[in-house]
Design a protein around this ligand. Structure first.
Ligand code: HAM
Length: 446
């Protein structure tokens, strides 16, 4: 139910909860297009699709994302089931994918295992532009390989997808390394020492984070926290040799494949499972607000979830944010829903003819709609116009008697009479083979 005081019309008394939205047909055109691009690029690179459940045991997320992270402390939709077990709607997919990798013995597959997903996620975030409580992500996970060449390839894959979608120019790649957990431990101590005595200048969130996860103080957006962060000791001075080498090698590969990046020593990401490489794609005008994607290495997560030590790297992008960018840039996507033919009829005998005809036309790949309710032909033709059908087929009493139909070109306003058994063929000619929407049962459809 709506929670603001605005008077709501009676027919709209039921509203979506704050932060969630209907995906109306126009937006589905964008979602469908993005999904196609993602699937295409994923298949080209050998990734296979996975879907994990909408909810998992809460511990899956607590253990992996981190007890002190914003997601776990503030943003999860957690509820008990009938037996009192704690479940949580998935706020992201990496944790579930790693749980699945272990539960289904994917470690027996040839490594690395390359998986991708296109899924809705749920976070009790403060709703604002680009920040929703249910949102879609597509994401990629590469599990079982430590080489930085894979980090580079993953970043390249993300950029290819942004390029295909026409939005790559609006984002900058922010890159950093946050080292191994051991080197981070040392650095976190240094940070806590640096912030000691400065707590009063910190925002409430950072006061809490200081004890649990001081690195998050570096990417806080509050003004005073940013000033303190800019003077804080740098992670780069505490990195271990292995992470330094991994990072240097990664940058070498990115240079080689011509990918520009901005090194950002303050980029730490909000999920605790990362090690070494972290990256985000920032809006060139809005910065860290509304990143359209982010990811990094999580070499310790499989082990943390109970498996053998197994390196991994992954990435996910927010689809609503991508769509907002595509719309702002007026990037058009194919509208596959547009009708080809509108069938108008008069009288019960005509309607009897129409039903099998409509079925035949649809099977032939013509997107067809029939005005099967009652109504004068001219009213039905107006409807054909409203539905923007380029052709209408008219069948009245005379046509039934003559076993003919009228095909009307709605744009030009001209019409022709054809024999009943030639209607579909004539329309196929007029619409053109390349524009048909063909469905072959048994063929793989994506
Ligand atoms: P994340 O940075 O939390 O990473 O989310 C990835 C992307 O999801 C963000 O860059 C943003 O575009 C989108 N997103 C996040 N929260 C919202 C929201 N409330 N509303 C709209 N869009 C949102 C992860 O989720 C990691 N699992 C990525 C990853 C995969 N790391 C390794 N593998």
């Amino acid at each position: 139910m709506p929670d603001d005081k605005v008077k709501i019309p009676k027919n709209q008394q039921f509203q979506t909860p704050k932060g969630v939205h209907d995906i109306l047909p126009e937006d589905h055109d964008y979602f469908t297009y993005i999904k196609k691009v993602v699937r295409h690029r994923a298949r080209q690179a050998g990734f296979r699709r996975i879907s994990t459940p909408m909810f998992e045991f809460t511990d899956v997320f607590k253990r992996s994302i981190g007890e002190a992270s914003d997601i776990v402390t503030k943003e999860m939709y957690t509820f008990p089931d009938q037996k009192g077990r704690s479940l949580t709607l998935k706020p992201e997919s990496t944790a579930g994918v790693v749980r699945s990798y272990l539960q289904n013995n994917l470690n027996q597959w040839p490594q690395p295992v390359l998986l991708y997903y296109i899924e809705p996620h749920f976070r009790y975030d403060r709703p604002q532009k680009g920040r929703y409580r249910q949102f879609w992500q597509f994401g990629f996970e590469i599990i079982g390989e430590t080489d930085p060449a894979l980090d580079a390839q993953l970043i390249q894959l993300a950029m290819k997808i942004y390029e295909d979608l026409g939005i790559n120019d609006f984002f900058s790649l922010q890159l950093n390394t946050i080292g191994t957990p051991e080197s981070r431990k040392k650095y976190m101590q240094v940070l806590q020492d640096y912030y000691a005595g400065k707590e009063r200048s910190l925002c409430e969130d950072c006061k809490y984070r200081l004890d649990k996860n001081p690195m998050r103080l570096l990417d806080c957006k509050a003004e005073d926290c940013q000033i303190l962060a800019s003077l804080a000791p740098k992670m780069t001075d505490y990195l271990d040799k292995e992470s330094v080498e991994h990072y240097a090698e990664l940058k070498g590969y990115l240079d080689e494949i011509g990918i520009e990046y901005t090194e950002n020593a303050k980029l730490v990401r909000g999920l605790d499972y990362y090690t070494k490489t972290v990256f985000e794609f920032w809006d060139k005008t809005e910065g860290a607000q509304n990143a359209i994607g982010g990811g990094g290495r999580y070499d310790g997560l499989v082990e943390l979830m109970g498996g053998q030590p197994t390196p991994a790297v992954g990435f996910a992008a927010g689809m609503e944010r991508i769509i907002a960018n595509m719309k702002r840039e007026k990037i058009r996507v194919p509208k596959k829903d547009e009708l080809h033919v509108f069938v108008a009829q008069l009288g019960i005998e005509a309607k009897k003819k129409c039903l099998p005809l409509i079925d035949e036309m649809r099977d032939a790949g013509l997107k067809t709609m029939g005005a099967l309710g009652k109504g004068a032909i001219n009213i039905q033709l107006k409807l054909a116009d409203k539905f923007k059908a380029p052709y209408a087929v008219l069948i009245g009493i005379t046509e039934v008697r003559e076993r003919t139909a009228i095909i009307r070109d709605m744009k030009r306003g001209v019409q022709e009479k054809v024999n009943f058994d030639q209607i579909t063929d004539r329309l196929l000619e007029l619409i053109g083979e390349e524009n048909l929407d063909k469905y072959h049962p048994g063929e793989l459809l994506y």
